[in-house]
Write a protein that binds this ligand. Sequence first.
Ligand code: GLC
Length: 423
Amino acid sequence: MPMQPWFTDAKLGIFIHYGIYAVDGVTESWAFYHGQVSHEQYMKQLEGFTAAHYDPDVWAELFARTGARYAVLTARHHDGVALWDTAQDGLSVARHTPAGRDLVTGYVEAMREHGLKVGLYYSHSDWNHPDYASVIHPDMPPEEATAHPYVAPRDGQERPQAWERYLAYRTAQVRELVTAHHPDLLWFDGEWERSEEQWRLDELADAILSVSPDTVLNGRMLSQGDYATPEQGLPVTTPPGPWELCLTINDSWGFQHHDHNHKSVRLLVRYFTETIAMGGNLLLDVGPREDGTIPDEQVARLEGLGDWIARHADAVYDTRAGLPAGHHYGPSTLSADRRTLYLVCLDAPTEGVSVRGVRNTVKRVTVLGTGTALAHRTVGGLGAVPGVLWIDAPHGSDVDRHATVLALELEGELDLYRGFGRD
Ligand code: GLC
């Protein structure tokens, strides 16, 4: 399927890891997998999950203010606890927690009401389902299986019928979500525990797309995926196709009360601009408390990022990846008509900003947001090799405290020199 244009135009999405792990503030699902807490203690969190102040309208309003164009909610993480009232035999907040209701429908409606595209995260794996640990990944030596009791059979004996039941359960759950909500995006995870054949991802993709043909699938659907999902680290080389960087706002996906190591707004602007400059989207994660409220520290980060984006919207929306590395010391984006180049200055320039390899005449350079024109000149150049464009540094109120953006209006569409300096 060709990539949905809304996705590559979106630039920013908000990831929401919301689940019973927020009750004690432990790592989502992994806490019992790694034995940080006992399985019993982890599951006891079911009793404390209230969603007492859950108001997806407040979320949607905040995300829209942040400048996000989509959101992705953990409908079901590796712990198997569905956030909706699933008709399948698994766990759900509707039937197994005091929250006692479906939380997905309200989320979907609120996002759409605020103009955001709807994403749902679903983990292929379910470490609590009795039929899950029934087969072994073909690359896993059978003797290792015993070390992964939530993933593979303890005795190393495969149970193919149980696996069939698990796949039926998985597909039925996904079908429930797709039929009820026609999500714009399904964000799968946990694919590493089985092979593509074991997961039967072709059948799963068919089940989704036959009902909702426009749903975008992330790369954790392996060969059925539409885009790549680097996690927690920016790519160094621009990935070949559509992609999205998922990133925690502090060091945790879900709410962990002791984690105050939040990225600063400036750092988030950095990640965001570097991402869109390479043609990707940023999927920035928040972790609501068990009652459904997003911690103030996280709200403040989203608002700060949103303020910066609002002031620099022209450099964000309706743009494409900018200059490849080597032309400008910082991220850049290019307007859809390829006639305006936006240079992001991550640190305040003191003397000047230089750009190499632009063959076009530069008609005007202005500071985005204030409109101040900056003097500029091209120095040197010979034959086919363009000189270096030097732009005077902005000063005073033209310097943004997070990142200043310069808009270069070009004569014609961007024409780049990519050679070695002498033809
Ligand atoms: C990892 C983790 C998971 C988290 C996800 C987000 O795959 O397993 O806990 O939800 O990253 O990308």
